[in-house]
Design a protein around this ligand. Structure first.
Ligand code: ADE
Ligand code: ZN
Length: 331
């Protein structure tokens, strides 16, 4: 029997496409593109996925990206994700990508957008998943590099749903990115940002007040600031939680500390997502299943979270209504 957490129709709003590259695909692409790896096998690579912090993960995440070279590599990566996402109940996915992380290898904006576009333009027909792309700026490369990146991708504006902010958080506050988010807003792009994952509640305030974001990615450290919790609740700002990620990256030392129950009791708008599923031990349905086993996500709460995932999405309104109707009829 398929577990109910898997079959439950849901949207995925926090998913880095590069974080879906399974060890087998790393090796396949390395062979195809003649890229040397320092591990002998996919199993040996997977054995190195023991993280102590966000940075310890980012180091190997960026290292593995060396195998992504050509447009068709990105098509294969996205196709593999969509196939798995369908099995996990995903009906709509808003997918992050990190163009600045591919620039050093000479991967052009055209190769990236052609490769991802080839997969995503067919996602609804092939997998029953509507999709959108969110271009993320690497916050550790600073505001000027982010602006340069945005300008490089503006010719592909029509293929973008929005912009986001990711990578090493502490020491790289949202305030560094005011100008680039202003340009993105003027272009009519949706705005999101990682904040309050490892960084302090102050970064969540800044993302809201200085960048004007519509959703906060992670945001779990908001609970340290009661005024911030009130603000998030009063304005119904969606938070995209990633339970397995937070446990694997030691944002929380144990499931007892993962604050899903508390956030639901505070009436915050939360969704459950997978972040970088190839690294953290599961895709989005696995995150729902883990939260139900370890963090108090009962069936009614799972439905509430799944409904919030569609409501917090930037989906076409008619498609949202269809997805919510399917969810209401589920089970
Ligand atoms: N890039 C990929 N996954 C990330 C995460 N969890 N936090 C910040 N940047 C990321
Ligand atoms: Zn993330």
């Amino acid at each position: 029997m398929i577990q109910p957490e898997m079959a439950l129709p849901k949207a995925e709003l926090h998913l880095h496409i590069e974080g879906t590259m399974e060890p087998d695909l790393v090796f396949r692409l390395a062979r195809r593109n003649d890229v040397p790896l320092r591990f002998a096998s996919p199993e040996a690579l997977a054995g190195a996925y023991r993280f102590t912090s966000l940075q310890s993960f980012l180091d190997i995440y960026y290292e593995n990206m060396a195998v992504l070279r050509q447009a068709e590599d990105f098509t294969e990566l996205a196709d593999d994700y969509l196939r798995r996402a369908r099995e996990q109940g995903v009906r709509h996915a808003e997918i992050f990508f990190d163009p600045q992380a591919h620039r050093s290898r000479g991967v052009s904006a055209q190769a990236l957008m052609t490769g991802l576009g080839e997969s995503l333009s067919k996602s609804l027909d092939r997998f029953g998943i509507s999709t959108g792309l969110i271009l993320c700026f690497l916050r550790d490369q600073g505001g000027e590099a982010a602006m340069e990146c945005l300008r490089e991708f503006l010719p592909y504006r029509d293929q973008l749903l929005g912009v986001g902010l990711d990578s090493a958080e502490v020491g790289h506050p949202p305030s560094d990115f005011r100008a680039v988010f202003e340009v993105a807003r003027a272009e009519g792009l949706h705005l999101v940002a990682h904040a309050g994952e490892e960084g302090p509640p102050e970064y969540v305030w800044q993302a809201l007040d200085l960048l004007g974001v519509e959703r906060i990615d992670h945001g779990v450290r908001c609970l340290e600031d009661p005024d911030l919790v009130r603000r998030l609740r009063d304005e119904a700002v969606p938070l995209t939680l990633c339970p397995l990620s937070n446990l694997r990256l030691k944002v929380f030392d144990s499931w007892e500390q993962f604050p899903l129950r508390r956030m639901l009791a505070e009436n915050l708008v939360v969704s459950i997502n997978s972040d970088d599923p190839a690294y953290f031990g599961g895709y989005v349905g696995d995150n729902y299943a883990a939260a139900s086993r370890h963090a108090g996500l009962d069936p009614a709460a799972a439905r509430r979270v799944a409904a919030a995932s569609f409501e917090a999405s930037f989906i076409d309104p008619a498609r949202r209504a269809d997805c919510l109707a399917e969810l209401a009829a589920f089970g």
